[in-house]
Design a protein around this ligand. Structure first.
Ligand SMILES: Nc1ncnc2c1ncn2[C@@H]1O[C@H](COP(=O)(O)OP(=O)(O)O)[C@@H](O)[C@H]1O
Ligand SMILES: [Mg+2]
Length: 247
């Protein structure tokens, strides 16, 4: 099942001479349970794409479908509720609440939504991320890497259908990055969560099921899973010569 899909998604910032087309007619889809990595140089439109996939910002034109629903047909308040229930975000800056301790930060979004915390599950996530001994600490008593692990635990804790991560390992050393990514991948598989992650790091991108390349606001590779020979051919993965051999 396609859990996430865009249609001609376009975002233009500014006007006149300051106009920047950050995303230009992007077509993209992700299957449920897939782990997709978005790679591209700085300024290529990665964060813009991720923000719109998660309904954080509205496009200039085009659509985003989550589980078949056109999310921008929703009014702001309904969109906020939808986002809170379906999507877990992880950003490079951790966005932890400074006055809440680690455990309180992790369950905060669940409580905002008036839902019961699945203590067993949250405990598993906390253990898997190796932060069980720091649950009562405040964010400023943690290293950057520890804060990011808390932010990841917070995104996972509400069991969202989709995790959107923008350079989640940007502030972690390479060993911790690999550990955190492995955990994300395993948890994603266990709970059929779909993960879309932006990264600059090719080694990290290689851990994904699929790599989506973006350049100057265009998705140049990997926008669709290769569900048909046609899509593989259109992306240059399969040449028409090779196709002849497969028949
Ligand atoms: N809020 C904004 N206002 C104006 N321009 C923006 C804004 N956000 C992003 N841009 C521009 O859009 C382009 C894509 O940015 P972004 O999506 O952040 O790229 P990436 O995440 O790949 O580095 C860049 O040229 C950037 O300067
Ligand atoms: Mg970015």
């Amino acid at each position: 099942m396609e859990i996430l899909k865009t249609e001609a998604l376009t975002k233009v910032y500014g006007k006149g001479q300051n106009k920047v087309t950050a995303l230009d007619q992007a077509y993209f889809s992700v299957e449920q349970g897939e782990f997709a990595a978005i790679v591209g140089t700085s300024g290529s439109g990665k964060s813009t794409l991720l923000h719109m996939l998660g309904g954080l910002d509205r496009p200039t034109s085009g659509k985003v479908f989550v589980e078949g629903k056109d999310i921008f047909s929703l009014k702001d308040e309904a969109l906020t509720i939808f986002r809170r229930r379906k999507i877990g975000f992880v950003f490079q800056s951790f966005n932890l609440v400074p006055t809440l301790n680690v455990y309180e930060n992790i369950v905060f979004p669940i409580q905002l939504d008036d839902n019961t915390v699945d203590e067993k599950f949250v405990g598993e996530v906390i253990n898997a991320l190796g932060i069980e001994n720091m649950q009562e600490r405040l964010p400023n008593q943690l290293s950057g890497g520890q804060q990011q692990r808390v932010a990841i635990a917070r995104a996972l804790a509400a069991k969202p259908a989709i995790i959107l991560a923008d350079e989640p390992t940007g502030n972690l050393d390479s060993k911790t990055s690999q550990d955190v990514l492995s955990l994300l991948k395993v948890t994603g598989q266990k709970f059929s969560q779909t993960i879309v992650m932006i990264t600059h790091n090719e080694a990290i991108a290689q851990m994904a099921d699929r790599i989506i390349r973006i350049e100057d606001g265009h998705i140049i590779k990997g926008g669709r899973p290769y569900t048909s020979l046609d899509s593989a051919e259109s992306e240059g993965i399969l040449t028409s010569d090779m196709r002849g051999l497969t028949k």
